[in-house]
Design a binder for this molecule. Sequence first.
Ligand SMILES: *Cc1c(COP(=O)(O)O)cnc(C)c1O
Length: 378
Amino acid sequence: MYKMMTPGPTMVAPSVMKARSLAFGNPDVDTDFCEQYHSLCGEIGNLLGTKNEVYILCGEGILALEAACASLTEPGDRVLVIDNGIFGKGFADFVSLYGGTPVCYTVDYHRPVDVEQLAAFLERDHDFKYATVVHCDTPSGVRNDIAAICPLLKQYGILTVVDSVAAMFGEEVKVDDWKIDIICGGSQKALSAPPGLAFVSVSQDAFAVMEHRKAPIASFYCNLLAFKDYYRNKWFPYTMSISDIYGLAEAVRLVKEDTGRVERHHKIAAAVREAVTAAGLSLYLDYGDASTVTVINVPEGLTDTAIIDTMKEKYNVLISGCFDVLAGKVIRLGHMGNNANAEDVTEMLKALSKTLKDLGFQCLCDMAVEFQRALREQ
Ligand SMILES: *Cc1c(COP(=O)(O)O)cnc(C)c1O
């Protein structure tokens, strides 16, 4: 197997794989499972700094995004879609699907949302039921300042939906302090479990809006309200993916033990940026990179596929290209969760240096050595 240094999925700890293979009971009938699910949700909530209800949903991270929009949107609702990246813009599709009117606040994809400019916009127009914003928009690697954006939106009574799928556990998250009504996460990013599960936290304000809807939620699988009384009733809307959840529980336990995690992500990301720029490569972003991924412009004369394929076939390391408006333009180095460690990142940079050399691009330095130096000197 290759070393998987993509911005999700990441490499997974053996103990997580082992937990997924344990014998399991019936998650619908056995109330012990309901207790395990409930306490795991509580632990995820603790890690995210929230007392709000947390639910694990059986589907990949996208399910959390769609469930948030399905549960909040009623036909005709105006929804503010904060768009400085591909996932940011993507929320508009979910809003439209459920009959809402997305209003895109589109700004430069090369940098984080400017909070003062957003504040000026909101002064003029704040008639929105809720707003969507992405914490780390993985295609560009930009990190938005949700600590400032969400409280600002709430000042106008606008509910906040945050896609933190590619940020949480690699970046600091404080759901309650930052007034996030629904935060969305996934199993396969910085939590480093395999893909297959999503989770959300839901505030009382968000529940109140769902409960006072005139139109029913136009989905069964994406209906967050259906989870509201699961614990009291010991009943789930559908049979839970119990083996995936056993794996998730182990991944959460590992994250909980790893107290230096956010700082380590930050240091590794900074050192990666130093190394690739010292080598003569250029970053996609002007500034505001997240700590979980580094996005690099494809050097002139090369293609993303040549870099990715050579790196995988000759050096056994998998990195990622991109899609949509960034297709073919950038390569992405993942350093989130289990992959955010000096050894794996060093090996990735060694492989990238050799690959670029094979393809005729001369790096100005040895990226692996430069990375190690930058880490030491922080
Ligand atoms: C990974 C990711 C998701 C989940 O979507 P997939 O493309 O299906 O993996 C959602 N939002 C962000 C920002 C992500 O990085």
